[in-house]
Design a protein around this ligand. Sequence first.
Ligand code: SF4
Length: 705
Amino acid sequence: IPSPTAPDGPVATHCPYCALQCGTRLRAAGHGDAAAAAPVAVEPDDFPVNEGGLCQKGWTAPSLLRAPDRLRTPLVRDASGRLAPVSWPEVLDTVASRLRAIRAAHGPDAVAVFGGGGLTNEKAYLLGKFARLALGTSQIDYNGRFCMSSAAAAGTAAFGLDRGLPFPVTDLAEADTVLLAGANPAETMPPLMRHLGRAGALIVVDPRRTPTARRAALHLAPAPGTDLALALGMLHIAVTEGIHDRDAVDQRTTGFEAAWRHAAAWWPERVERVTGVPVPLQAEAVRMLAGSRRAYVLTGRGAEQHSNGTDTVAGFVNLALALGLPGRAGSGYGCLTGQGNGQGGREHGQKADQLPGYRSIADPRDREHVARVWGVPPGRLPGPGRSAFELLDRLGTEGGPRALLVFGSNPAVSAPDAARVTRRLSALDLLVVADFVPSETARLADVVLPVLQWAEEDGTMTSLEGRVLRRRRAVSPPRGARSELHVLRELAVRLGEPADRYPEEPRLVFEELRRASAGGRADYSGITYERLDAGEALYWPCRHTPDGPAHPGTPRLFLDRFAHPDGRARFQEVDHRGPAETLDERFPLWATTGRLLAHYQSGSQTRRVPELMRAAPEPTVEMHPDTAARAGLAEGDLAWVQSARGRVTARVGLVPTLRTDTVFLPFHFPDGGRANLLTGTALDPRSKMPEFKVSAVRVVPAGHR
Ligand code: SF4
């Protein structure tokens, strides 16, 4: 149970939002009960990724701590359908007894867990353990599946290891050329632009002329869903012009010939026909990359959130490998992970197929190691579960889960085909949501558990560059809120688990996480709170070295060898296939979705910050003026954007630089403004990423059918 007092003096911690994890200092006024309501001041820290800068979200993050509708007491839906306040012992007893009853009637997999990429490493770890041991369910996954899972799958296949950036962010400043495929950091993580601004030249691949694209030397604007054709074409140009790195291909990779067989058919004119990117632009981009001593290829959600997202990322990785970038000092491939702990969140066991340390739940040796740390026989660990959307889509169906526990996520807004997911959530016998504000998912819940937020307790996060960071408690939490670690322990005990298996002190959880990850792909065993508090910059893998000097961590991966057993990277055999949907007379436009500068993820946090709501108060559908005119729409009009699945109401914003076949919607808004009412459920077969980035739609004036 958290102490009601706030520490004295400024506390060094990190921003609550994106994976850049900018360093901040927080100062809370007052002590005791007064502290829980007192204003909090933030200032940027001189941390390497943000160098004393913050974006609008970071500057205004203290408002989140004082959100007027902050949850302060557990709520249980009563007979009248109202969420009514109850005590903590009562709510924990209620949840445990209902879980026991559902499990007894339908089996352990009738209870499912949905986690989040914003949870600390400690919470992600304990949530995975709680699901597998206390609930005995295989049905756990998390919202990171909707974020960077395609890049994780492609990176693992190519390099034998997935770490978003296998080099520090600051290395990007030394580059001659950086290609960004489907990433818009000028809006999503603005301080990153400081480093990219020092690089020689940017090449941006994006159907929209984003703020990042406006700063680029070259902007390639492929039709939505054709990024892989462009990547194949760029590989084609590199090879046919003989400007690829043959030595690197020969000495450090395998599989080039098989990959080339597909790229050989993507000559530049064909690529132009499919993507709309002119041949000279394709060629110039390749020549800039190939002619650079130091160059990077980076992907973001625009390349990854497709039903062929893993292959698309693999296409860009193949290009980078052909140019000899991965494994070369000062060059490489990386993924700009989005969520605050999107990296750590996928390493510690809340993913359906993984155990802590990035271990595989299907691998007998991995199971044995983790079971030993947990003090149970390996046979007690369930097998792999279902991926995020597959899990959500079975809720309340025949043979599917009857109960769901949601921690740190808001799938009613962020999941694809949001109306369908909302129906599934509503069909459950029991929906339990742990959150600190009444998110759209919490409003559907039978039970709401008020938990702590970023600056109210200690923990660690792992940034997009694989650096482990300390989050520190800087302010007093409201009296009625409890840490997720406390909730998991109390529920586990009520479900028959020994209390000492579920420590609620973050440092103790981290100590166990170190042991569980030891020897795994993401090895944290050499990282301690003490080393982090002493200011060491520790990137995993960082091994425990009991008999020698402390392991320094690994800021740069792959310089000597890749992580496959033979030390070589793998080209992947991929070919273009279009989006799952096609345009037709009914739905003649592509809708693509993304983020705004002022908001983060489903918006459940940033929509509670007045300054951010003033900056972006409602959803806008961006359209080319000609597209709008054809639909009878003008700037500021209310429009209906309709797909085969649903309809979004949004105000028209005219953007002359947008392709005439494409409209854009941000996905941060609730209710009838949910962009994910439009998106489809086609999944990438390798990563199970849904196709968020391409939906066939029509746009009409609001009120017209
Ligand atoms: Fe926070 Fe990301 Fe903005 Fe940095 S870039 S202040 S981590 S939201």
